[in-house]
Design a protein around this ligand. Structure first.
Ligand code: SAM
Length: 216
């Protein structure tokens, strides 16, 4: 079986399991297979529903985890979205397909900034802007955001990210311990600026390292 067929099966399994629930997320997954965003030696494993290594000791998340976060985010065309933790660039590519406009994604490791940019270019993604830096500070030049999606585990909800959300906007973020485990939180900013937090259960992410995250 070739990589495309293996990937199609993975996507259809996620649909059958009820993890991919919307046609938009299904289409985005089919458009950007995970094998386009890993090193050559890992391509044959990219259809497996588990995290895979990317350079600098980081990981690209398992397909089910990415699907869960994207479904929670309820992305719609035109939304202004910030991702924290670009990694391979795969999740940012999926977001860009869902919002069909510019997407901003922040990565702290320079090697991964380059890795993601190369992957995105090869995949033909033109509307993702990879920004080097500490994503716990958000990205003020393009704020406020409809959605902020954090793909690394934080000790707490970083204040700048809540500040950079629009009223009615949503932050999706794993919050908990430094290494394995965190709770996946959906943080909704209300019209009066206060927040409502829904807990979607246990997840395992690499640490979010920065001024409003874990210290190095
Ligand atoms: N979303 C990525 C993808 O699609 O491949 C996977 C992200 S990986 C699980 C987490 C990433 O967060 C790593 O690349 C790590 O370097 C990055 N990271 C950790 N702390 C960060 C911070 N403060 N700002 C930006 N990126 C950060």
């Amino acid at each position: 079986m070739n990589l495309d067929e293996l990937w199609r099966r993975t996507v259809e399994n996620l649909v059958r399991e009820g993890i991919i629930r919307s046609e938009a997320v299904r289409r985005a997954f089919l458009k950007y297979p995970r094998y386009l965003f890993v090193e050559e030696k890992y391509r044959k494993y990219a259809h497996l529903d588990e995290p895979l290594p990317i350079p600098a000791g980081q990981t690209v998340s398992a397909p089910h985890m990415v699907a869960i976060m994207l479904e929670l985010a309820e992305l719609k065309p035109g939304m202004n979205v910030l991702e924290i933790g670009t990694g391979s660039g795969w999740n940012a590519a999926l977001i860009s397909e869902l919002v069909k406009t510019d997407v901003y994604t922040v990565e702290r490791i320079p090697e991964l900034v380059e890795f993601a940019r190369r992957n995105l270019e090869r995949a033909g993604v033109k509307n993702v802007h990879v920004i080097p830096g500490d994503g716990t500070l958000g990205f003020p030049p393009k704020a406020p955001y409809d959605r902020i999606i954090v793909t690394a585990g934080a000790p707490d909800i970083p204040k700048p990210l809540v500040e950079q959300l629009k009223p009615g906007g949503k932050l999706i973020i794993p919050v908990g311990s430094y290494h394995l485990w965190q709770d996946l939180l959906e943080v909704i900013k209300l019209e009066d600026g206060s927040i409502k937090v829904k807990n979607h259960g246990g997840v395992a992410f690499v640490p979010l390292i920065g001024e409003h995250g874990w210290r190095e």
